[in-house]
Design a protein around this ligand. Structure first.
Ligand code: UTP
Length: 303
């Protein structure tokens, strides 16, 4: 094993999900289903496809459903077995074998930086990945795998980025880049949610990171920043002053599924791609969008 192998990933899932209220009042945002799988399962599958073995999920109050989802469900399995649903049974069993799961409870939502710090003991002294489960990346090569590949060559912290429309920069952490090669940049600075006029670029950090363990000592010293939360971005700014940091443009389609509109768009796209639902759903949408389809729909509603 080399000291640059990335075997562990942290999935922070203790946030309050205020953009998705009231759905997230008593249910975890991470369990919202994108077609037929909860959001967090996409994050776990991306990690596993990137060679990750140990997954540390940061949970909080009201998040028990996440642990149950990645555990065996003996009653359900008995039921599926008894009813001869072998394929569904093997799919359900597979979920709990995807990786080694560990859970750390963040007792208060003190920010993403604090959530990552909660994983320190389980990570120890090795590089690790962070995946934000509400950012879904649909790509032929898993988004995190692209970052890990770059990390093995560069050996510095790597942030996954993508270009966003200039008027949207205030929703993201934005990097000040010095381009090294196509899609790879040295991070010269990083600003959390800048006003468009202050943004050094339109390269936004999109919820995928490979970080060295040095980030923990910095996080320990990081004081609450924007919104009174301990911000991962603030700690990354400090890390970038001490060691090289890079930004890799991740190839793939990204969806912000933690936001209502982004979630709806992701749902439509994943449903259209789904082999068993796609053709019928496509037909429905075509009908719905055609002028006659709308008339039919209006009649149905009136009836
Ligand atoms: P977000 O700000 O996107 O998530 O945090 P949120 O707080 O759940 O949602 P909104 O913005 O209020 O709608 C990014 C990630 O960090 C996690 C969240 O669960 C999310 O995956 N997080 C955030 C924590 O685990 N703990 C925190 O204290 C804050």
């Amino acid at each position: 094993m080399s000291r640059y192998d990335v075997r562990k990933a942290v999935i922070p899932a203790a946030g309050l999900g205020t953009r998705f209220l009231p759905a997230t009042k008593a249910s975890p945002k991470e369990m919202l289903p994108l077609v037929d799988k909860p959001l967090i399962q996409y994050a776990v599958e991306e990690a596993v496809a990137s060679g990750i073995e140990d997954i540390i999920i940061i949970t909080g109050r009201g998040k028990r459903a996440i642990e149950d989802h990645f555990d065996r469900s003996v009653e359900l399995e008995e039921n599926l077995k008894g009813n001869g649903k072998a394929q569904l049974l093997s799919q359900m069993r597979h979920i709990s074998t995807l990786a080694n799961f560990c859970y750390v409870r963040q007792s208060e939502a003190l920010g993403l930086g604090h959530a990552v710090l909660c994983a320190q003991r389980l990570i120890g002294d090795e590089p690790f990945a962070v995946i934000l489960g509400d950012e879904i990346i649909d790509a032929p090569v898993a988004g995190l795998a692209q970052l890990i590949h770059a990390y093995k060559k560069r050996h510095g912290a790597i942030l996954g980025v993508q270009e966003v429309p200039h008027h949207d920069v205030s929703r993201y952490g934005i990097v000040a880049p010095r381009t090294l090669s196509a899609g790879l940049h040295r991070v010269e600075g990083l600003i959390e949610k800048p006003a468009p006029a202050d943004a050094p670029s339109n390269l936004a950090v999109i919820g995928r990171y490979v970080l060295p363990p040095d980030i923990f000592s910095i996080l320990r010293k990081t004081r609450p920043g924007k919104n009174g939360e301990i911000q991962l971005t603030d700690a990354l700014v400090e890390l970038a002053k001490k060691s090289p940091m890079f930004a890799l443009e991740i190839q793939g389609q990204r969806y912000d599924a933690g936001d209502k509109l982004g979630f709806l768009i992701a749902t439509v796209e994943f449903a259209l791609k789904n082999p068993s639902l796609g053709p019928e759903f496509n037909e429905y949408l075509q009908n719905r969008m055609s002028p006659s389809g709308e008339r039919r729909k209006t009649r149905a509603v009136k009836a």
